[in-house]
Design a protein. Structure first.
Length: 606
């Protein structure tokens, strides 16, 4: 009886078959020829994303039996046990890790792919990261995604919704998302001016110091059947106890390994020292052995390659990357200078507008004072005219009184009573005349005084006008042309004031010309960049020390909020490392000490 056919089987008669390749930030679709090899697909992906540092990467997939495998480049894709689905899917991932990301990773696309992969491994807790380092790494991830911190556009809660911290870290502290966000924001604000590629590189520099970074773990055992972990790394093979993936018990660098082979579940590693016995361990699954051997060969090749002069391709990439970095650095410097000039101009404009408002207010007050002076002068002139008229009227009445006295004197007085009466009238007339004369003189004096006041008012009006013209001449701004001739309310300045302001611009100096020719690289720029590069290492060491101080401060700050029972075994192991003052590199130096023979013997006794 014939076996039943599977629900779907791709026909070999077809000329091509569909393939999907996922990077951590993109999805690519291709149609491959039926006879295409893994190399054909790999090169197609690298060309599509512009990747030249291809030796770090590979295509990972789940085969028809449910095992995770790496696509072999020298074999046909269809001959590698891919699942029989309508569309075959692969993940484009970093397969081998660099020893020093800052020294080895050249292209931005390479840095970005490793950044995404390491970030995902930390958030998914495949790489252990201490809480304080998690906060720092999150701040660099935010800088890479959003750019510079801007207090004007930043909204509370913006980071709390992001996937920035491992869940293990969040669970073991009595802290709200807002509290974590506040601590991330403090460091995020310190990264101002850092570009995306710089932030991602800083992230990788810190991440590569984590104990589990770049380690591929496989369960193994020694001849005593002790369950252990084999860690395949860029530097060699690490051996870990079953309960501790952080601290290796011993290590064997690639430089002291001559040959690697396996037979069934048995792995045999021959050291360079012929006097040393073979390093033998046993894997748990035969299917895993090919993957272990593949990773060992690839890491060993890269280890030896790093210790040789760079190939022409790498030299060319580094030269192009250095030139591009120089160009971008110079461009960023020019943009920064332009930004500073723009901000300075905006501040100057705001100050100038403020001063213009003050000048307008002072002009308004001066005009008001001048108007009051003119009104006072007009009032004094009117009073002077009235006083003159009154004086003339009094003089006329005095003359009429004199005429009346004369007439009375010339008139005959028939009786004594008339004479007495006449004398009395005469005295009264004389008194009235004297009073009128005095009043006339007083009115005349008051008229003279008012004339003097009118002259002084005219003089004050003249001085006020001169003072206004002098004020406009003295306080006009040398670049007033850059400010609109508008009042704050939006009304146009009076035409005479605009004319005064325009006349004052003739002596002003022009604003600096706008920067042009951004693409030009001057000798001064190159010299400045060289000095910056020379200081980079010293500055990095100083920054590293400052960084460690900040991490210790944050660790102390959040220690009181820790929930002890929610700590994992890895947290406890890390705390013990911190207490002993151990780091990833000090531990590796310690376990690497001694001869290969002694370390093989130590491994056998575990």
């Amino acid at each position: 009886m014939k076996d039943k056919m599977p629900p779907f089987r791709r026909k070999k008669s077809g000329k091509s078959f569909p393939v999907k390749v996922y990077t951590l930030d993109a999805e690519l679709e291709f149609n491959l020829e039926w006879r295409a090899t893994g190399r054909d697909l790999f090169d197609l992906v690298c060309r599509t994303i512009g990747l030249r540092e291809t030796w770090y990467f590979g295509l990972q997939y789940e085969d028809s039996k449910g095992f995770i495998s790496w696509l072999k480049l020298d074999k046909k894709v269809q001959d590698q046990g891919i699942s029989q689905q309508p569309t075959t899917s692969f993940m484009f991932l970093g397969k081998f890790y660099p020893e020093d990301v800052a020294e080895e990773l050249v292209q931005e696309v390479t840095q970005h792919l490793f950044f995404l992969q390491v970030k995902q491994a930390i958030l998914s807790m495949d790489i252990y990261c201490p809480p304080e380092a998690s906060v720092l790494l999150a701040s660099y991830a935010v800088q890479a995604k959003y750019g510079d911190y801007d207090d004007a556009t930043y909204k509370p809660g913006m980071l709390a919704s992001e996937d920035l911290l491992p869940q293990r870290v969040i669970d073991q502290y009595q802290m709200t998302p807002e509290m974590w966000e506040d601590r991330i924001k403090i460091w995020y604000a310190d990264h101002r001016g850092m570009s995306r590629d710089e932030a991602e590189m800083e992230y990788l520099k810190i991440a590569q110091d984590l104990d589990m970074y770049g380690v591929n773990y496989f369960p193994i055992s020694n001849k005593k059947d002790t369950e252990l972990w084999l860690g395949v790394t860029a530097l060699g093979l690490n051996i870990y106890e079953k309960e501790n993936k952080l601290t290796p018990k011993t290590t064997f660098t690639w430089s002291e390994i001559r040959h690697i082979s396996f037979d069934d579940k048995k792995f045999i590693i021959k050291p360079v020292e012929k006097s040393s016995p073979n390093f033998v361990f046993f894997s748990q699954k035969v299917r895993m052995n090919k993957l272990i051997l593949d990773l060992c060969i690839g890491n060993h090749d890269l280890f030896m390659r790093r210790r040789k002069p760079d190939s022409m391709e790498v030299q060319q990439m580094k030269a192009q990357a250095k030139e591009e970095k120089s160009r971008r650095q110079i461009e960023r410097n020019k943009l920064a200078r332009e930004k500073q000039l723009r901000e300075a101009a905006e501040r100057e404009k705001a100050a100038m507008e403020q001063r213009l408002m003050q000048y307008q207010e002072e002009i308004r007050l001066a005009n008001e004072a001048l108007r009051r002076s003119e009104e006072t002068a007009d009032l004094l002139a009117e009073k002077s005219r009235v006083a003159e008229e009154e004086a003339m009227l009094l003089s006329q009445k005095a003359a009429e009184a004199e005429q009346e006295i004369t007439r009375l004197r010339l008139g005959a007085m028939k009786t004594e009573e008339e004479k007495v009466h006449l004398e009395r009238k005469t005295r009264e007339a004389e008194l009235l005349t004297a009073r009128l004369v005095d009043e006339s003189e007083r009115r005349a004096a008051e008229a003279d005084r008012l004339k003097d006041e009118l002259l002084r008012a005219r003089l004050a009006e003249k001085q006020a006008k001169e003072k206004l013209l002098e004020f406009l001449s003295r306080n006009a701004y040398n670049s007033i042309s850059s400010v609109p001739n508008l009042y704050p309310s939006g009304q146009v300045l009076p035409s005479e004031l605009q004319a005064d302001l325009r006349s004052l611009q003739l002596d002003s100096e022009p604003l600096p010309a706008d920067l042009t020719a951004y693409d030009l690289i001057t000798d001064g720029d190159m010299e400045q960049l060289s000095l910056e590069i020379e200081k980079e290492r010293v500055e990095y060491l100083e920054k590293s020390k400052h960084l460690q101080d900040q991490l210790r401060e944050l660790r102390s700050e959040i220690e009181v909020l820790k929930v002890g029972e929610k700590q994992s075994e890895l947290d406890q192991l890390h705390d013990e490392q911190v207490r002993l003052g151990e780091t990833k590199y000090s531990t590796l130096r310690k376990v690497k000490s001694g001869s290969t023979k002694a370390r093989v013997a130590f491994f056998e006794e575990l």
